[in-house]
Design a protein around this ligand. Structure first.
Ligand code: 9MR
Length: 464
């Protein structure tokens, strides 16, 4: 595949999503003349990840390695999310505390947890003025430039094949009306430091989408205009950039801008993906819920807005816990903001979960034996990403497995929304907890990344 085709591979991604929600309605008239309607939304998502997947998007969260031993935290993480961003563990100070000495212990724990549970990973962040180790803070000029290039190469190579998207450069523009680059030791190495970081990351991991990520760029303003100009220039000159991340940290002094969707759209129109990368909104109750809903709807309205990540799970996990800016309270209970976000993902109001008393309960389809699978590919020299669409037969599924035959020399490096057995030869991908049950005709997608020659045969599918 040509490099321009690779850079545009987001266009080729399967975006058909699942079929629109299958809604069966039973209308009954009771003696009192009251009409009751029962709606069972067979394919409305009941978690953030499944609801987002219905719209061919991911729903992610920042994760802290030291919370992976907290069972409440992990329970919510595994149930609700299909993308994780290490909150601090992949930053320069964490991964290269001494020059040339790399430590991946905590980041590897998060990546391992994601892989075990069928989630993907947003890498954060390769080059940033903040959270640099002391030795890098004391470097300048060509020594710092060389250290930055080596850091990007080493970290992106370590995680090659395991990262959905990398925040290659974070927060490189100044706040306020100047539209200037932020002054930093990296900026003082020369204005080309950003494109050098992107080219270096592409070489190290050609399968990852490469993002520029920033805050206060969520509406049209001097800062986002400056980022827009840089991205336009990169696209024009062929600098490898695939996505722009909008952090979306909001509070009463900095609310969701009225032109949020328009701003996402103008970046998408440059021919790259946009992602909401660090969403949190201080507040409570209905006002907070409405803001989360509007952000979610804005992403769904922009076809190249490929996913939303919140910046933590419970309010108490937040970097600004006092603002209670997240979707779960400190006890792990769903807040109004959660329900509003889920409803927005489902494109309306969540249907009732229990039937009115005069109507028959929804029936669970009996276990069936049929499903089919289809394969679509994005390829580059030496590697590929495969998307497999599993569709249930007339009996529906309680679980499924798709089997893919790989050419000799080909290996799976990472899978999401499925768990693989083996990585070479004949590889079986089984459903994960949240996507095994499909109603008749319903589809779900999983993916995997591999090195070598992509598979060419249609996967086989078995249902249980
Ligand atoms: O949430 C992160 C917090 O734990 C760290 O102390 C802080 C240090 O800079 O970084 C926080 O995450 C930031 C992210 O990496 C980049 N965008 C802003 C986030 C909130 O400050």
């Amino acid at each position: 595949m040509s490099s321009s085709a690779l850079h545009d591979r987001g266009n080729a991604r399967v975006r058909t999503g699942r079929r629109a929600a299958l809604v069966s309605a039973a209308v009954g008239t009771v003696a009192a003349g009251m009409v009751l309607a029962l709606a069972t939304a067979a394919s409305a998502g009941t978690t953030l990840a499944t609801a987002a997947a219905e719209k061919s998007r991911y729903f992610g969260t920042a994760v802290a390695a030291n919370k992976l031993s907290d069972s409440t935290y992990v329970g919510i993480l595994n149930r609700e999310f299909d993308m994780v961003t290490p909150e601090n563990e992949m930053k320069w100070d964490a991964t290269e505390p001494s020059q040339g000495q790399f430590n991946y212990t905590n980041a590897d724990r998060i990546v391992g947890h994601a892989q075990t549970n069928g989630m993907r990973v947003r890498g954060h962040a390769l080059a940033w003025h903040s959270q640099q180790p002391g030795w890098a803070q004391n470097l300048s000029g060509s020594a710092l430039r060389a250290a930055m290039v080596n850091h990007v190469t080493q970290v992106a190579t370590h995680y090659r094949g395991k990262i959905h998207s990398w925040d290659v450069v974070n927060e490189a523009f100044a706040d306020g009306g100047s539209g200037a680059r932020r002054d930093s030791n990296l900026q003082r190495t020369g204005n080309d430091w950003i494109e050098v970081a992107f080219r270096t990351a592409r070489t190290a991991d050609p399968g990852a989408k490469l993002c520029y990520n920033d805050y206060n760029t969520d509406g049209q303003n001097a800062k986002s205009n400056a980022v827009y100009a840089m991205v336009s220039d990169f696209k024009a000159r062929g600098v490898p950039i695939d996505c722009v991340g909008f952090q979306s940290h909001f509070n009463s002094a900095s609310p969701v801008p009225a032109d949020y969707q328009a701003n996402l759209q103008r970046f998408a129109n440059l021919g790259l993906d946009v992602q909401i990368t660090e969403l949190d909104i201080e507040g409570s109750g209905t006002a907070q819920a409405n803001s989360f809903a509007s952000v979610t709807k804005a992403c769904l309205a922009v076809s190249r807005c490929t996913g939303i990540s919140v910046w933590g799970i419970r309010d108490t996990d937040s970097w600004r816990a006092s603002g209670t800016p997240l979707l779960f309270d400190g006890n792990g209970n769903k807040k109004a903001a959660y329900t509003a976000t889920l409803d927005a993902l489902n494109g309306g109001t969540t249907p009732p979960t229990s039937a009115p008393p005069t109507t028959a309960p929804p029936t669970t389809p009996p276990p069936g034996t049929g499903c089919t699978a289809s394969l679509s590919l994005q390829t580059w020299t030496g590697g590929f990403v495969a998307t497999v669409r599993v569709t249930a037969g007339s009996a529906g599924t309680n679980g499924w497995a798709a089997t893919v035959t790989l050419p000799a020399g080909t290996a799976v490096t990472n899978a999401w929304n499925a768990q693989n057995s083996g990585s070479t030869g004949t590889v079986r991908f089984g459903n994960v907890a949240y996507n095994g049950q499909l109603t008749a005709g319903q589809s779900t997608e999983f993916g995997f990344q591999g090195t070598g020659t992509p598979p060419s045969d249609t996967p086989s599918c078995t249902a249980s």
